[in-house]
Design a binder for this molecule. Structure first.
Ligand SMILES: CC(C)(COP(=O)(O)OP(=O)(O)OC[C@H]1O[C@@H](n2cnc3c(N)ncnc32)[C@H](O)[C@@H]1OP(=O)(O)O)[C@@H](O)C(=O)NCCC(=O)NCCS
Length: 190
């Protein structure tokens, strides 16, 4: 058994008085707002988005369908859950069944900090602007709920995600390290 330490970045963005760009989806995609009925769809989309990613080694629940369902249930039951900052994106291809392709959730923490959770786009839908639209839609939901500032945490070597958050205006506030026990031989800090 060995321990690997993953570098994690806390990134923050002020929302009060910030003019956000609109959250625009490409043609053929649509927003699905929160209701308890869509909880399993969030869980399935989270699983597809994270199952092959490093974050599922750091947070093993993300690599299992059951874990994603439990995590979604736990998030949705919290008193701090923000439905207006919680969204799915679905794809409506002509002549084919609707497919969910991206998910995000919002919580509000002590100090009125909005906390963005589990930004995920299913692999085959990446690189089309869905991740950006998803974060902007979540931020608009926080703004509408009167939340003055938001943060998220991201694994430092997850460059697509770090780059996405930077491009929206998030700034690094703090670095932390998350210890993960593993059976393989130790690897250096990432
Ligand atoms: C991170 C993630 C959400 C990005 O979603 P996406 O739909 O591909 O992102 P977009 O197409 O909206 O891209 C928006 C910006 O992100 C950055 N970006 C996206 N993919 C990138 C890549 N492969 N390399 C570098 N930057 C990238 C760019 O700044 C891009 O802006 P640009 O198109 O103007 O260059 C997606 O890769 C993902 O779900 N990853 C797995 C789950 C995960 O790690 N989530 C983050 C948890 S904190």
């Amino acid at each position: 058994m060995s321990t690997t330490y993953y570098k994690r970045l806390r990134m923050e963005l002020p929302l009060a008085g910030t003019l956000l760009p609109p959250a625009v989806l490409p043609a053929g995609f649509g927003w699905v707002g929160w209701s308890p009925a869509v909880l399993p769809r969030h869980a399935a989309t989270k699983f597809e988005s994270f199952r092959a990613e490093l974050d599922s080694q750091i947070f093993p629940c993300l690599g299992e369908m059951r874990g994603c369902l439990d995590l979604m249930s736990e998030i949705a039951q919290r008193a701090t859950f923000v439905p207006g900052a919680t969204w799915l994106i679905s794809h409506h291809p002509e002549g084919r069944a609707v497919e969910d392709c991206a998910t995000i959730q919002g919580l509000v923490q002590p100090g009125r900090w909005g906390a963005i959770q589990n930004v995920g786009v299913v692999p085959e839908y990446r690189g089309r602007g869905l991740g950006r639209a998803l974060v902007l839609q979540c931020l608009a939901g926080f703004q509408a709920a009167g939340v003055p500032r938001v943060y998220l945490e991201v694994t430092a070597c997850n460059l697509p995600a770090v780059q996405l958050y930077r491009s929206i205006g998030f700034c690094l506030a703090r670095t932390t390290y998350r210890a993960v026990e593993c059976v393989e031989s130790p690897v250096p800090v990432k």
